[in-house]
Design a protein around this ligand. Structure first.
Ligand SMILES: [Zn+2]
Length: 85
């Protein structure tokens, strides 16, 4: 007996947005843990780090961002978590 095919349909965006790593695009832009304003772009309002597939960063820069966010958290520039009430 063949298994019934899943009826769940996978939606595809008609025009996939071309994501480009902000740091590769702008050479002047630096990943710095002392700049929480720029790091805030890569965390959600809950304080979670945005994954690469969403942020569009390349692996190299995502790693730097991730590290910088964690450093910034240690010196309390960024929250570990934030309640949204
Ligand atoms: Zn990059």
């Amino acid at each position: 007996m063949p298994r019934p095919r899943s009826t769940r349909r996978r939606r595809r965006r008609p025009f996939p947005r071309k994501k480009v790593c902000r740091f590769c695009a702008d050479k002047k832009l630096k990943v710095d843990y002392r700049e929480p304003q720029s790091l805030k772009y890569f965390i959600t309002e809950r304080g979670k780090i945005i994954p690469r597939r969403i942020s569009g960063n390349c692996a190299q820069h995502q790693r730097q961002v991730c590290k910088a966010i964690k450093q910034a958290r240690q010196i309390a520039l960024l929250p570990y978590s934030e309640s949204t009430i």
